[in-house]
Design a protein around this ligand. Structure first.
Ligand SMILES: NC(=O)c1ccc[n+]([C@@H]2O[C@H](COP(=O)([O-])OP(=O)(O)OC[C@H]3O[C@@H](n4cnc5c(N)ncnc54)[C@H](OP(=O)(O)O)[C@@H]3O)[C@@H](O)[C@H]2O)c1
Length: 335
């Protein structure tokens, strides 16, 4: 009888562990973020009439941010280099929202042209009178091995992803400090937490952003209503692989491979907005295994380094054979 009870208990425990495992495997964000999504503030209640400046708004995550913000009723500033693409995004924003043309400002901006950032900030302030949220989203990734890559490529990545972001933040922050409120939301990456082959320069630029914003946050301690949020997405569907830096500044990637296995853009953007309105300091937005690797990297780095060695070999093999570097460990690759 005792044995039967023990067996039943063991079976119940196994079933519980199985269900817990299934639940954990289905997560696509860190636990604080998913709690905020479930119980926290909703973007629909917090963002109407807020002025939100999105860089990198001409494609991918920034473009989808523009659409979700417009639908909610936020007033948006769309920035990137390609003005015609920004106009296309503006037209779609107008079609899917109740906004009128003056509620959406198209402001072409090159993040690497730092001398233009002050004037750009003034233009936004002249148009809307304030900036409630800056979303530092513009940036480019990398696919190349260090041994093959020219040093100029590393300089260009830092110039765009790191210095461009710091420069724009500086000008917008001056205004937020005067108002004593505002939010700076920055698109880092899971690569800002972990390291991965083929992206040494990209990882370095995102680590630099993490270090910068984690240091800026406590520097702004006397302004409790100025919020610094860093978003760390894993692989997300966008044009990022088409636009990567390669080993040479004049060369683009020959074969981008299928991107459909990655997290849908709208899901990443929804969780970004949830992070924004709930004032999260850092949010991880990713499917597994990257999400699990983030936790390992944070709490058990020795295991994470061992695992990344294994995953890294596959990543390099995939890259060399012309398929997407991340396709092997995607849960959706056969879907
Ligand atoms: N997709 C992912 O898997 C993923 C994962 C983690 C983090 N992220 C981050 O998410 C952000 C958005 O990337 P995405 O995936 O949406 O890629 P994307 O589709 O390639 O979009 C990148 C955006 O950045 C803009 N941009 C590039 N160079 C610029 C410059 N010099 N000045 C101003 N804007 C510039 C591009 O516009 P123009 O070419 O018109 O200038 C474009 O709007 C990036 O910071 C990226 O690192 C993406």
């Amino acid at each position: 009888m005792e044995w039967a009870a023990l067996l039943l208990l063991a079976l119940a425990l196994c079933a519980l562990l199985y269900l817990l495992g299934r639940w954990l495997l289905g997560l696509d964000g860190d636990l604080t973020l998913l709690w905020a999504e479930w119980r926290g503030k909703r973007p629909e209640n917090e963002l109407p009439d807020k002025v939100v400046w999105v860089t990198g708004a001409s494609s991918g995550i920034g473009e989808e941010l523009a659409y979700q913000l417009a639908k909610i009723g936020a007033l948006v500033v769309l920035s990137a280099r390609r003005e015609n693409e920004l106009e296309r995004v503006k037209q779609k924003c107008l079609e899917i929202s109740n906004l009128s043309s003056k509620d959406i400002l198209v402001l072409p901006l090159d993040l690497t042209d730092r001398s233009s950032h002050e004037a750009a900030t003034k233009t936004v302030l002249q148009h809307f009178g304030r900036i409630d949220v800056l979303v530092n989203n513009g940036g480019r990734s990398q696919r190349s091995l260090f041994v093959d890559t020219k040093v100029e490529v590393y300089a260009a990545i830092m110039e765009l992803n790191y210095l461009g972001t710091v420069s724009l933040t500086k000008h917008v922050l001056n205004h937020m400090v005067q108002r004593e409120k505002g939010k700076i939301v920055t698109m880092s990456s899971v690569m800002g937490i972990m390291g991965a082959p083929l992206a040494t320069g990209y990882c370095a630029s995102k680590h630099a952003l993490q270090g910068f914003f984690n240091s800026l946050r406590p520097e702004l301690g006397e302004y409790p209503e100025i919020i610094i949020t860093t978003i760390c997405p894993g692989p997300v569907q966008s044009k990022i692989i088409h636009n990567v830096f390669t080993e040479d500044l004049s060369k683009s990637l020959d074969n981008t491979g299928d991107q459909s296995h990655k997290m849908p853009t709208d899901r990443c953007v929804r969780l970004t907005l949830v992070s924004m309105v709930n004032d999260l300091k850092e949010a991880w937005i990713s499917d597994h295994p990257y999400l699990a690797v983030c936790y390992l990297w944070q709490y058990a780095p020795t295991w994470a380094w061992w695992l990344m060695n294994k995953m890294g070999k596959i990543r390099i093999q995939n890259f060399k054979s012309g398929v997407d570097a991340d396709i092997s460990y995607s849960q959706k690759k056969k879907a």
